[in-house]
Design a protein around this ligand. Structure first.
Ligand code: ADP
Ligand code: MG
Ligand code: ZN
Length: 731
């Protein structure tokens, strides 16, 4: 086995195979963990990049990695994506013919296959177990691991037998992955897989690129059409509660000239599969669906998810909205909200047991609070998953972009906390509101709460006002939910401190969905990033991608994803190497699909007389790339580095980072004029020698190694010399 101890080597592999320059979130630590043979449990939100956590190790380790995945229908899709990278991944399921299976088994036994996707139902077959016992298996990955848990949302009985199945291949490291964050599910999964000792990696559930907005459900069809007109040609999903509504809206959209198709469990399976494929293949822009649509759909460029009806729970809402913007680009999440929808949903539960009804009611109440709340949507969603969002105005939700009217809530919070304390931390929202407002109902009477000092202290304000205040007090963590007793609110440490020593708290007014009329501002509210790339070229690249995809019978994003096309439309790569350096491309894809794209760009560049600045690579936005071009030009003119930083009004260290990026992306820079002015020849030589003999180019290592030398070297000087060294040797 190859041991990759150097993180840079892992990065190299990432670039070489997948064309990405950096790991996202926990990916790198997770990958190292499974590479070291440890059992690993990964909780990451949808779209965060779980697949890579087992795909990259599968490529690095000797042998074949088994990937257990729930949906046969989607295995082909995942395998296609990997094959496009030049990775030998395959699936084993009932859609294969006898002959295909025999050949596949042979290839696996010969050690040619790196990843084998299989559903638990197939894995459980005796002949498959016997076959896999002959294969050199590197490790087992269990994707969508929440399917193991009865407490999860897509429980699959076969999943509970996985441990017994894989035990028959010997003792292999296991990596289980899921986007479900609740502790109950997590414990259940670990128990069932007998991997309580596994290392657990939980990522933040914050999806920075998603924009959340809730609008009143008034003139909804008009609002919807206006929104879609502003986002014409983009991929999106519209969720409706009923099949009937799905059909109705899909038809409405088609009549209005949009390219939409319905998806629900009542459709003929052939039609359903066709509509889903058309969506993946960009034959259809919009899918109108019930929640039956979505699990395992890895379309990376879904630009919006609209909830035409109110969803049943915040968890469901979060998972559904999570399907937008997987590629890190725009993802707009819009919900139409009305009380009426809540009432409808409540009625669905009338045949359930008392306990189930109560649970469902609590979920709906959370939904109501979320929709009507003036608090940052992101903060609320994260709070729901037990995560604290501390970054202030997120700038990416309606409540942050259009803040609600605020008021000094110091006294109100004090009253709420006092009410919780005086009722001995044993009650929920409704009772607390009654106590505060002095409403004498049965409960107040039976507990004699009219005797409390706090009783009636807030009788000048409305019921809705106090509900809102209590909810905000909870979200801002002065109160906590009691874990054992559903609905009961208790004082948190922060709340107790506040009672001893209050500090000013600002609260905001709830949305009023009873009187608010259809908002004329409508879709203009949504901030659309101004395009920093060449839109015309981007569209041409997209068209070419679609054409190639069609001829190869693959979804377009398997060829290249949108962020890669955007980058091409920014940097205009015209050689294979330049193309390979585009994020998400890599040499495998260049060789497979590169030729036609390069020809197109070449022609475009010629026709439009574009300076390709072939030496400036990797730009994320015009602003940034402008700075890079500026820096390169200034260095060419031998301008003092301090001066360059000053004229761009950026800190020196930030400019150094820019220079390093330029250098690492393959542009040679001659900094001699500046280095000569700050370091004498002797010192230069010392540092130069160090880099020449060192195994890493890490500055930290250099700083500590150079400490032993008599002279003191600043980090800045070491960075400068590293650039010089790299420019002369590595580029
Ligand atoms: P999940 O399974 O967690 O929902 P996926 O594995 O499907 O997410 O990945 C979501 C998207 O993120 C994919 O389009 C994938 O190409 C992209 N992605 C994953 N890792 C990286 C990375 N390190 N850099 C850039 N894009 C990445
Ligand atoms: Mg996934
Ligand atoms: Zn916000």
């Amino acid at each position: 086995m190859i041991v990759l101890e150097q993180k840079d080597q892992l990065k190299e592999k990432l670039k070489e195979i997948f064309g990405y320059t950096t790991f996202r979130g926990n990916q790198e630590t997770v990958i190292k963990n499974i590479l070291s043979g440890r059992n690993t449990f990964v909780i990451m939100p949808t779209g965060a990049g779980k697949s890579l956590c087992y795909q990259l190790p599968a490529m690095i380790k000797d042998g074949l990695a088994i990937v257990i995945s729930p949906l046969i229908a989607l295995m082909k899709n995942q395998v296609d994506q990997l094959n496009a990278y030049g990775i030998n991944a395959r699936f084993l399921n009932s859609t294969l013919s006898k002959g295909e299976i025999t050949r596949l088994k042979k290839e696996c036994i010969n050690g040619d296959v790196k990843l084998l996707y299989v559903a638990p139902e197939s894995l459980n077959k005796e002949e498959n177990i016997a076959f896999l016992q002959k294969v050199n298996v590197s490790f087992v990955a269990i994707d969508e691991a929440h399917c193991i848990s009865e407490w999860g949302h897509d429980f699959r009985p076969e999943y509970r037998k996985i441990k017994t199945m894989i035990a028959q291949f010997g003792s292999l490291p296991v990596i289980a992955l899921t986007a479900t964050a609740t502790p109950k599910v997590q414990i259940d999964i670990q128990k069932n897989l007998q991997m309580e000792e596994a290392d657990v990696f939980i990522s933040s559930f914050n999806r920075r690129n998603l924009y959340y907005e809730v609008r009143p459900k008034k003139e909804t069809k008009k609002q919807l059409i206006r929104f879609l007109k502003d986002h014409k040609g983009k991929s999106g999903v519209i969720y409706c509660l009923s099949r009937k509504k799905v059909e109705e809206i899909a038809q409405l959209l088609n009549v209005n000239g949009f390219n939409a198709a319905p998806y629900h469990a009542g459709l003929d399976p052939d039609v359903r599969v066709k509509n889903q494929d058309d969506f993946l293949n960009e034959e259809v822009d919009i899918i109108v669906a019930t929640i039956a649509f979505g699990m395992g759909i890895d379309k990376p460029d879904v630009r919006f998810v609209i909830h035409y009806d109110v969803p049943k729970s915040l968890e469901g809402y979060y998972q559904e909205t999570g399907r937008s913007g997987r590629d890190g680009l725009e993802g707009i999440c819009l919900m139409f909200y009305s009380h009426n929808d809540l009432n409808k949903l409540e009625k669905f539960n009338k045949d359930k047991s008392v306990q189930e009804r109560e649970n469902a009611r609590m979920l709906l109440q959370e939904m109501e609070f979320y929709a009507e709340s003036p608090v940052c949507r992101r903060m609320q969603l994260l709070h729901y998953f037990g995560e604290e969002y501390k970054e202030g105005n997120c700038g990416m939700c309606d409540n942050c972009v259009h803040p609600r009217e605020r008021f000094d809530g110091t006294e109100a919070v004090g009253i709420v906390l006092e009410a919780v304390k005086q009722t001995n931390e044993r009650f929920g929202l409704v009772h607390l509101v009654n106590v505060i407002r002095g409403v004498e109902d049965e409960y107040v009477k039976s507990y004699a709460h009219f005797d409390l000092a706090i009783y009636g202290k807030g009788d000048t304000e409305s019921e809705d006002h106090w509900k809102s205040v209590i909810r905000q007090t909870l979200i801002y963590q002065y109160l906590e939910k009691d874990i054992e007793n559903i609905g009961v609110l208790t004082l948190s440490e922060k709340g107790k401190k506040f009672m001893v020593k209050p500090h000013p708290v600002e609260l905001a007014k709830d949305h009023d969905f009873t009187t608010e009329i259809g908002d004329e501002e409508g879709s203009e509210r949504v901030i659309i990033n101004t395009k920093s790339y060449d839109v015309r070229l981007f569209e041409m690249l997209k068209a070419l991608r679609k054409q190639i995809a069609k001829s190869k019978d693959l979804p377009p994003y398997v060829i290249f994803q949108d962020p890669s096309l955007e980058e091409m439309a920014t940097t205009y790569p015209t050689t294979k190497d330049e193309l390979a350096s585009v994020n998400g491309v890599g040499m495998g894809k260049v060789n497979k699909f590169g030729k036609e794209f390069l020809e197109l760009i070449e022609q475009y560049v010629d026709e439009h007389d574009i300076e390709t600045a072939a030496d400036v690579v990797v730009k994320s936005s015009v602003n940034k790339s402008k700075i890079k071009i500026f820096i390169i030009q200034q260095i060419d003119r031998k301008v003092d580095l301090d001066e360059i930083a000053e004229s761009k009004n950026i800190p020196f260290s930030e400019m150094m980072t820019e220079i390093e990026n330029i250098c690492y992306s393959g542009t040679r820079l001659n900094l001699d004029y500046y280095i000569d002015s700050v370091l004498d020849e002797d010192k230069q030589e010392q540092i130069y020698d160090y880099f020449l003999n060192s195994e890493t180019d890490s500055i930290e290592d250099a700083v500590s190694a150079m400490k032993d030398e008599d002279s003191d070297f600043s980090e800045e000087n070491l960075r400068l010399m590293r650039i010089k060294f790299l420019s002369e040797y590595a580029i």
